[in-house]
Structures are given as C-alpha cells and as structure tokens.
Design a protein around this ligand. Structure first.
Ligand SMILES: [Zn+2]
Length: 245
C-alpha cells in the first residue's frame, strides 16, 4: 500500500467527483495499490476490498474513523471513534476459494463471490430494489436447470438461500457492521460501516486544503501547481509559514 501523493489525490478528487462510491473506492485503490493489476482489482472480493480500504485510510488519513450515530430507541445523537488498524486486525478472512458449485438432480449452480466489479455495476442499477437480483444474476451466471440456463429468481428458494448463505459465510467481511451501545439508553445499535465513504470524505476534505496551499504559494512565488505539489510536506509548510508571517 503506497502513500497517495498530493497530486494523485487532487487528480482523483477531480476525476471521480461525479462517480459512484464503489468507483471512487476502486480508483483510490488503483492508485494506492499499484501492485494490483486492474483485472486483479476488479476481481477482489468485497471483504478484501474493505481490508485494503482500512489500510489505505490508516496510511493516508490516519487510523481514526470518526462516526456519528442516532439512537433509534431514544433519539440521542452521539459521536464515537473507530480505529482502522484495530478493525483490520479483527477482520475475518475471505475464503481462499471464491467459487462453488451445487449439484442437485435438476439444477446445477455455479456461483462466485461478489467482487469489486460487481459493486461498481450494482451501484449503477437505477432501481435499488433490483440491485440484489442483479447481484445474484452476476454471481450465479453459470446456473442451469436440466442443462438450460436459468435466472436466479426462477431457482427454488431453498437453493437460493443456500447460495446466499455461502456468499455470506465465505466473505464475512464483505459488509462490515459495527455494534455500539447508546450512551444515553444503552440500546445496542448495529450500523453498516461504509469505508468507501470514509475514504472519500477524507479526499473531499483534503482537496480544498491542497488547493488553498497552491493558491497561497503560487500567488506569492509564482510557482506552478506541479512544483508546489511536488515539494515535500516540510518544505511546503515552511514556505506557507513564511507567507503567513
Ligand atoms: Zn439511546
């Protein structure tokens, strides 16, 4: 996992601002983890994506994940912090075997774990109610009934449940949930943790600060954006201190 250069961060902020969160997450990982070929990145399981996003956040934006929650029981709004490194250490592993088949006298199911490419495709489905169906159609693409292709919604519910159960068990970190007790009433809340959103929020917070630095130094010294962003943090801070003094 590399540290994102400031120029890369601004480039991502600019090019991905109209994109969905799964695309933004993939773009961040593509820059921060250049050791992954793009095909490998698209094929990562979602649990593996979460693991890498935690590492990316810890390395580039710090380990602290500031959270806010509203208690559904008493309405109390409260803040708390999660630690990306501790979360990463506790993440359950994704299965090393990302595919499985089920054979019955009538049906043959070929399934695979949802991947980064699936998350991107699903975010572009217009109707969120159909997203799960699209996911199944993608991940159960090789399914047949007496040799003929069959859509997941035409499968017996018990087989579908078995397939969904396997996906969940084989990639338990795909959808991270956090539980915490409300400080006011002690009700236990369970909330999904969207790491793509956390990472993107940091990009959106940092980009205008970087632009302000470029603005301050370019106005004073006439340097180009590339020259300013290419400076070490220490040197840029020293010049900024001079400009402000
Ligand atoms: Zn409460």
């Amino acid at each position: 996992m590399d540290t994102l250069a400031d120029s890369d961060l601004l480039q991502l902020w600019e090019s991905m601002r109209q994109q969905t969160l799964p695309r933004r997450a993939a773009a961040l990982l593509a820059v921060a983890a250049p050791e992954l070929a793009s095909g490998q990145l698209a094929g990562l399981s979602l649990g593996e994506r979460e693991r890498r996003l935690l590492a990316l956040h810890a390395r580039n934006f710090g380990a602290s994940l500031p959270c806010v929650a509203d208690c559904p029981q008493c309405g109390e709004a409260f803040e708390f912090e999660l630690d990306a490194r501790a979360l990463a250490a506790g993440l359950p592993e994704s299965s090393a075997v990302p595919t499985r088949s089920i054979e019955t006298p009538e049906y043959h199911l070929e399934m695979r774990l949802p991947s980064v490419a699936d998350s991107i495709a699903l975010a572009e489905v217009d109707d969120a109610r159909h997203a799960y169906r699209h996911l199944l159609a993608r991940c159960l693409a090789g399914t047949t009934r007496t040799g003929e292709a069959v859509a997941p919604e035409d499968l017996p519910p018990a087989l579908l449940e078995e397939a969904a159960g396997w996906m969940e068990a084989a990639d338990p970190a795909a959808e991270l949930m956090i539980s915490m007790a409300c400080p006011a009433c002690e009700a236990v809340l369970s909330e999904p943790l969207d790491l793509a959103a956390f990472c993107w929020a940091e990009v959106e917070a940092r980009a205008p600060r970087l632009l302000a630095e470029v603005d301050a130094l370019a106005s004073r010294y006439g340097w180009s954006e590339a020259e300013i962003l290419g400076m070490s943090r220490a040197r840029r801070d020293a010049y900024l201190a001079l400009v402000l003094s």
